[in-house]
Design a binder for this molecule. Structure first.
Ligand SMILES: [Zn+2]
Length: 98
């Protein structure tokens, strides 16, 4: 079974789950079902970023940080994996979410 990283859209927690690619996403550890899968090569960056800001930052600050970092991360991944792969990741395409 492949392992995927997910980010909860409600509480922002990032967690790993092991299941098939086409299975529905699992709920977050806090029971929320609004989660989205993170691209496979991004988790370490995202986790580090989330860990760095989640302890002290408010939700607004976290979102600001997120939208500040996401384009950089997105570009990095686009260089590495190609635009096609990156465009499929909702968390890296902020304009498609709002
Ligand atoms: Zn949650």
């Amino acid at each position: 079974m492949p392992r995927y990283d997910y980010k909860c859209e409600v509480c922002g927690v990032i967690f790993e789950a092991r299941h098939g690619f086409d299975d529905p996403p699992p709920p977050c550890p806090n029971g929320h079902t609004s989660v989205h899968r993170l691209i496979t090569s991004a988790p370490r960056v995202l986790k580090g970023m989330a860990a760095a800001v989640s302890k002290h930052a408010s939700k607004e600050e976290l979102q600001a940080k997120w939208s500040e970092e996401t384009p950089k991360l997105r570009k990095k991944l686009a260089d590495k994996l190609g635009e096609d792969a990156v465009s499929k990741v909702p968390s890296l395409n902020t304009d498609s979410k709002k």
